[in-house]
Ligand binder design. Structure first.
Ligand SMILES: Nc1ncnc2c1ncn2[C@@H]1O[C@H](COP(=O)(O)OP(=O)(O)OP(=O)(O)O)[C@@H](O)[C@H]1O
Length: 299
């Protein structure tokens, strides 16, 4: 389990992370979302023991990560820009990983070659960007990490490789309860992959929730009435966003679906649709709630 308590990080005088609490259960896939500059990379680097927090604790299975080689051997961090030693081949990097990570699995490394289709004897800097990222995944999966932390990891991979990588992640989580933290701006992909979502904004955790619970708690509603919108109609709704288009009222509403349906039906609407929100829409409206401009974004 990963557990962050009151984590704060300041660069010069700029507070990039403010009192963040975050929990990732073992064997779960946690999606860390946030606007540009929200602090995702900074937070992931603290989780991986690369940056030291100014205050607060970052624990993995109860142990502090910072300057703790025992814990760090069980973690694999994939940064947004992958790095290899200059002039090395995948095979040479594998030998290095083998010397550093006791869990490195030689057989698995050989087996994964069928999936990644890269020449392990070729210098990595001669590969394309996407191929270098594939090499990073190949090496990472070969170390059999207990905790995999990834910063926008699938960017630059083609659709086939993306699917292969996602399949391996899901399989590793199911088979040996690997714990995964992943940051991405591709919310559709996160929606498929993650069990739990945390939204970071200006260095603060807005909220973290199970994805399923998040989706059953917020709804998109289209409603129209024969003689215009009744006066008290919106009074008892927890409205996140409201827009009127002609006679149709578009609403984003929080709450339990059945209660909302029963309430709206008492006003005998002419048109009434209630739809779940995608993760992308939830993100947009949650960000709207904290002052991100979201006018005319509804579809
Ligand atoms: N080494 C550093 N020195 C000074 N400021 C930094 C440093 N690293 C990050 N920051 C600042 O901290 C804030 C958070 O940056 P971070 O890279 O963590 O954001 P992010 O959520 O990963 O953004 P993006 O989605 O754009 O990649 C930004 O304002 C950034 O300028």
């Amino acid at each position: 389990m990963i557990h962050l308590t009151n984590v704060t990080k300041t660069f010069d005088r700029f507070q990039a992370i403010r009192k963040v609490n975050m929990t990732v259960q073992k064997g779960r896939i946690y999606g860390l979302l946030g606007s540009n500059g929200a602090g995702k990379t900074t937070l992931l680097k603290m989780m991986a023991g690369i940056i030291r927090p100014d205050h607060g604790t970052v624990l993995i299975d109860g142990e502090e990560v910072w300057e703790n080689p025992e814990v760090k051997r069980r973690i694999m961090f994939l940064p947004d820009h992958v790095y290899f030693f200059p002039q090395t081949t995948i095979e040479q990097m594998a030998a290095f990983y083998e010397s550093v990570y006791p869990s490195f699995h030689r057989e698995r490394f050989t087996r994964l070659q069928e999936l990644f289709l890269l020449d392990p004897r070729k210098k990595i800097h001669q590969f394309s960007k996407g191929m270098q990222r594939q090499a990073a995944f190949w090496l990472a999966f070969s170390t059999m990490p207990d905790v995999l932390i990834m910063d926008e990891p699938l960017d630059g991979l083609d659709a086939v490789v993306r699917q292969k990588v996602k399949n391996i992640i899901v399989q590793e989580v199911a088979e040996r309860e690997m714990t995964v933290v992943i940051s991405s701006h591709n919310l559709r992909e996160m929606e498929d992959l993650c069990d739990c979502i945390g939204i970071l904004h200006e260095g603060e955790m807005l909220f973290e929730k199970e994805l399923d619970a998040m989706k059953t708690d917020i709804h998109k509603i289209q409603v129209a009435f024969r003689n215009g919108i009744p006066k008290q109609f919106t009074e008892q709704l927890d409205i996140v966003y409201k827009e009127q288009r002609g006679s149709v009222l578009l609403l984003i509403v929080r709450g339990e679906k059945q209660e909302i349906v029963s309430y709206i039906k008492t006003f005998q609407p002419l048109i009434f649709d209630i739809l779940p929100l995608t993760l992308e829409e939830i993100f947009i409206y949650e960000m709207g709630d904290v002052g991100y401009a979201i006018e005319n974004i509804i579809v």
